[in-house]
Design a protein around this ligand. Structure first.
Ligand code: ADP
Ligand code: ZN
Length: 732
């Protein structure tokens, strides 16, 4: 492990503090008794409060230290290493985010500064409670569901949805056991020397190249490309093995929590133990342990969501971003960052490797590989005998589909053939719920969310209308909320629930399963569902985007895309890229084992160039055409963009501020950048806040961030108006 500069010093200490207030500056404090070192986590006074901070550098001389407030204490936390501080500083500059907000991402560990030693944990006891209440039953159910696991009082109370008093009561009766537990034990050791599977020649070649770069200990990024099922995971696990053998730590990012359970089983099979996990489904206790063990070297491998990038690795040697094209890697709330880009940035400060794995890389990554900035490894075939599915379009203009129905006769007979053969079919539609629109046939009004510029979507299985923007729900009404006429509300358009209903009407004897993110409460439930489907427990699976991501269904031989045109509508310039990726991913679900698969795309525009590219499978041809279009328009990755969203409850104020900014564009013009807007943002209102957007476009080489900072500093948002900057926005 690299040694940091840990020279202790007295005098003034510039500290980066963790506040919810955006704070860009370092604050100066007097070093505590006995001095402190750069990187130390400290507790400092801020106004009437005490907050956590990190000593960011040693102060220059010439300070009147008697006027500074003193650092309260140095926390018992491994200091933040220099490469991590450099990474956070650069990430803050790049995303135009205050350092305080970046620091918050890097310290999301409950009880960070608590003293180490023992603490109390709670587990199932031997006794019985004198009487059972709902709250007590919930506490016992949580403990029973988690086997022998013990929880802190707060975690257990939160999970059971009770107060801590209920748990204390159960302890008094012996039904719950309270015991002392050492804090934060290291994770079981993974053994990189265990033999992996025998690799195919292509896999072996790619694995050898990755192993060599990991051994080289110089930053590099590699695009690992190969169709779904070509064995990319198997290959990058070899890179993980090499990294662990070098005594360094590895991080694997997955786009979806639902994928982690399966992946962790695979890690256990390969390395003999389970890795650390980091995502929103992990308890606070476990997150705390993970954070500390990552910092102390007691965790060799972390499997996680995008925020795992901000963990305090002691010596990271490898970051894998699986399904790197996935849009969920873009954080769209709070600090707006792309985990893929941040992985590259972080690795560059750590002499670490990045592996970007995908069957259908993002255009950005494809272009970087073409330009030689990233190395490229390609797995040409599927592992074993599995072949890619045949793809064909169903021209919906020539099909006789009754109104209110979406499965064409051609698709219907293909499904029937699979049912006869005892094989599975997947119907893919990227729309949750029963129907996207609920319309009143009396007054013509659609039911919308009262807080957002969005329609309420009927979820019939749950009997609710749901806003997919803010999550607001209400019961499905009988009467129209606008005109109060009863019995005239009609579902318009298809969602997955409605497709399941149609499939059931066409095939009454088939076993039909719906896979949609809103229907599965926990990652565990979803994993169980997926496993039972993979084992053959369903004949027809109806699914949303959820099914496009890396699950294995060996019996599946037909994929029917209900509406291949869905993603091609609208003005999003990335629409073509997204549709291409998604359709290829979904089609890749078919024929994974030894059975040939077939993918059918229902479309009203079979001659559209994106549909044609999907069918022909000429990926490089598609990327080249797409790249040429973006280059001509000066769009990313050939030009740079930033989206500025002004949001607030006062629409006029947001527009006025936007107009003032648009007029005061000197700092932008000096770097040759243009500004468009203000205009209503793609979603013009969310949770009662209006959203107005400006778009800035610049050349690739232009120093965009400093110019944006200077430009935005000219206005001071008033009232509840907020300005957020999105560098490299997903849609523009
Ligand atoms: P990808 O990540 O490209 O989708 P995976 O690594 O998941 O591909 O491999 C697809 C399937 O093939 C998995 O079920 C995996 O276990 C199997 N597989 C891949 N490589 C091998 C190998 N060398 N030996 C045995 N099975 C393999
Ligand atoms: Zn809403």
């Amino acid at each position: 492990m690299k040694k940091d500069d840990d020279t202790r010093f007295d005098g003034a200490a510039p500290v980066a503090v963790l506040t919810t207030q955006p704070l860009d500056r370092l604050l100066d404090y007097r070093a505590p008794e006995g001095g402190c070192a750069v990187g130390d986590f400290v507790e400092v006074p801020l106004g009437p409060r005490r907050v956590t901070g990190v000593v960011w550098g040693a102060a220059q001389g010439g300070w009147d230290e008697s006027r500074l407030r003193a650092v309260g204490r140095v926390l018992d936390v491994p200091p933040m290493r220099a490469p991590m501080r450099a990474f956070l500083t650069r990430a803050a500059d790049y995303t135009l985010t205050p350092l305080s907000a970046m620091l918050r991402l890097a310290t999301r560990a409950p009880g960070l500064g608590d003293a180490p030693g023992m603490r109390k944990v709670y587990a199932m006891g031997a006794g019985q409670p004198d009487r059972m209440t709902d709250a007590r039953a919930r506490v016992l159910a949580v403990l029973r569901d988690h086997g022998g696991l013990a929880f802190t009082l707060q975690d257990l109370a939160r999970m059971a949805g009770t107060g801590t008093g209920v748990i204390k009561g159960l302890v008094a009766q012996g039904a719950v056991e309270e015991r002392e537990s050492p804090r934060d034990t290291p994770y079981p050791r993974l053994d990189p020397a265990l033999p992996g599977r025998a690799l195919s020649d292509d896999q072996a070649e790619a694995a050898a190249a990755l192993r060599a770069s990991v051994r080289g200990r110089v930053y590099a990024t590699t695009l690992l490309r190969g169709v779904t099922g070509s064995g990319k995971t198997e290959v990058y696990l070899e890179a993980v093995a090499e990294c662990l053998a070098q005594g360094r730590q590895a991080l694997v990012l997955l786009p979806e929590i639902a994928l982690t359970a399966g992946f962790i089983d695979r890690v256990e099979a390969r390395f003999g133990a389970r890795p650390a996990e980091w995502h929103s489904g992990v308890t606070a206790t476990e997150r705390r342990r993970c954070w500390r063990m990552v910092a102390e070297g007691g965790a060799q491998l972390v499997v996680g969501a995008r925020s795992a990038l901000f963990l305090p690795f002691a010596d990271p040697g490898l970051i894998v971003v699986d399904e790197e094209h996935d849009t969920s890697y873009k954080q769209e709330d709070g600090v707006l960052y792309s985990a893929r880009d941040m992985a590259v940035l972080r690795a560059s400060f750590e002499d670490a490797q990045v592996v970007l794995a995908s069957a259908t890389p993002s255009l950005e990554t494809w272009a970087n590989a073409q330009a030689g900035k990233y190395a490229s490894l390609i797995l040409p075939a599927r592992y074993g005998t599995a072949v890619l599915p045949r793809m064909r379009a169903i021209d919906m203009r020539a099909e006789d589909v009754p109104p209110g129905r979406w499965i064409s006769p051609s698709l219907q007979s293909a499904i029937a053939a699979r049912l006869d053969a005892g094989e599975q079919s997947l119907l893919y539609l990227n729309r949750r719920g029963y129907a996207p629109v609920t319309l009143c046939r009396a007054c013509g009004q659609q039911i919308g969310c009262s807080q957002c510029d969005a329609r309420m979507v009927e979820h019939r299985f749950r009997g609710q209308l749901v806003c997919h923007q803010c999550g607001d729900t209400r019961p499905v009404p009988h009467a129209c909320p606008s005109c109060t006429v009863e019995g005239k509300l009609a579902a318009i358009g298809p969602g997955v629930e409605r497709m399941a209903e149609e499939a059931a009407a066409l095939f009454p004897d088939a076993r039909i399963e719906v896979l949609s993110s809103d229907l599965h409460m926990t990652a565990g439930d979803l994993k169980a569902r997926i496993e039972s489907i993979a084992a053959g427990a369903a004949d027809i699976v109806v699914g949303t985007q959820l099914v496009a991501k890396g699950h294995n269904f060996p019996l599946l031989t037909l994929v029917g895309v209900i509406d291949a045109d869905l993603g091609l509508q609208g003005s999003d310039l990335r629409a073509a890229e997204r549709t291409f990726q998604l359709m290829r991913q979904v089609a890749g679900r078919a024929g994974r084992a030894d059975r040939a698969g077939e993918a059918m795309l229902q479309t009203f525009q079979p001659e559209h160039h994106v549909i044609r590219a999907i069918l022909s499978g000429d990926e490089d041809g598609f990327w080249r055409a797409e790249a040429a279009e973006r280059r001509a328009a000066g769009m990313p990755p050939y030009g740079r963009m930033a989206g500025i969203v002004l949001s607030g409850t006062d629409l006029q104020a947001a527009f006025d501020t936007g107009t003032r900014l648009a007029r005061a564009d000197d700092p932008l013009r000096r770097i040759g950048a243009q500004v468009w807007g203000p205009a209503p943002a793609p979603i013009a209102r969310i949770r009662g806040r209006h959203r107005v957007r400006l778009l800035v476009k610049a050349d690739r080489s232009a120093p965009l961030q400093p110019a944006l900072a200077e430009w935005l500093a000219q206005v001071r948002p008033k009232g509840d108006l907020r300005i957020s900057v999105d560098i490299d926005p997903q849609s523009f």
